[in-house]
Design a protein around this ligand. Structure first.
Ligand code: IPE
Ligand code: IPE
Ligand code: MG
Length: 248
């Protein structure tokens, strides 16, 4: 079978793909290792998928790396994840640069340890003039946090008379979200055979195509991304209309 890379329609590439990278712990267990080993191995998947996304012309790739709820994991795992993040940023900045990738974040970055913030800011700054893929890391992110935070800022601006309540519409509300300026993901992928959203991009995935795979994140590679995009391209996106109304 020809590879999915050659089978995807280059004229119908989603602009934004979001991924819930799940299954690191189970992958490690399967290999008789500690959970942290699974997280470490997941970095290789990130590298491959970021490369692949750039290669087929995806503009924005959002990766769910650490949720608000993940703070409730055992301290040693949280600490290891923060360490790994620092290490991964240090190791990957050079190749991200080579691949013309920009970096940005969504989530409550203020809650991240100082060392992580420092490395993130350094990396974001180093890559800021790049014009290729926009890699968005969701860190200390949860969609309910994002929406509540947006509402707080919006209400503040209304009280300060910067906006009129009657002017609030989808577009204005979106401008208060962390994802302001980024189109909604056309495609959301979740690995590891879990069929849930886990507080990710609730507003933004209102009309996304959902793709679930049994593969555990450390086994996921760019070819799997191409397969998901290929599958996406077989879907009919009707946005409430009927088939006959769609011009092809
Ligand atoms: C995803 O893998 C990574 C993070 C949530 C940080 P998990 O750590 O959730 O792995 P499983 O789901 O326990 O296998
Ligand atoms: C979702 O995975 C968060 C990330 C991938 C960062 P989890 O493994 O934390 O999700 P649940 O708790 O199983 O829903
Ligand atoms: Mg999980």
């Amino acid at each position: 079978m020809e590879s999915f890379r050659n089978r995807v329609d280059k004229n119908n590439i989603p602009k934004h793909v979001a991924i819930i990278m799940d299954g690191n712990g189970r992958w490690a267990k399967k290999h008789g290792k500690a959970r942290v080993y699974g997280h470490e191995s997941g970095v290789e998947s990130v590298r491959s998928v970021v490369e692949g996304a750039g290669e087929i012309g995806i503009k924005h790739l959002t990766l769910y790396a650490f949720s608000t709820e993940n703070w409730n994991r055992p301290k040693n795992e949280v600490d290891a994840l923060m360490e790994l993040l620092v290490h991964a940023i240090e190791m990957e900045t050079k190749s991200l640069m080579k691949n013309n990738v920009r970096l940005s974040t969504i989530g409550n970055i203020e809650a991240m340890p100082p060392k992580v913030k420092e490395k993130l800011n350094g990396c974001i700054d180093a890559l800021k003039l790049n014009t290729g893929l926009n890699l968005v890391l969701a860190l200390s992110y949860s969609s309910k946090w994002e929406i509540v935070n947006a509402t707080k800022n919006l209400v503040r601006d209304a009280i300060d008379k910067k906006i009129k309540p009657e002017k609030i519409n989808n577009e204005l509300f979106e401008s208060y979200l962390n994802t302001a300026g980024i189109p909604d993901p056309e495609l959301l992928i979740r690995t590891s055979g879990e069929y849930r959203i886990s507080n990710f991009l609730l507003w933004q995935i209102a009309y996304s195509e959902l793709y679930f795979t049994e593969k555990l994140w450390p086994d996921f590679r760019k070819e799997d991304l191409f397969e998901a995009v290929f599958d996406f391209q077989t879907r009919e996106r009707r946005f409430g209309k009927i088939s006959e109304q769609l011009i092809s």
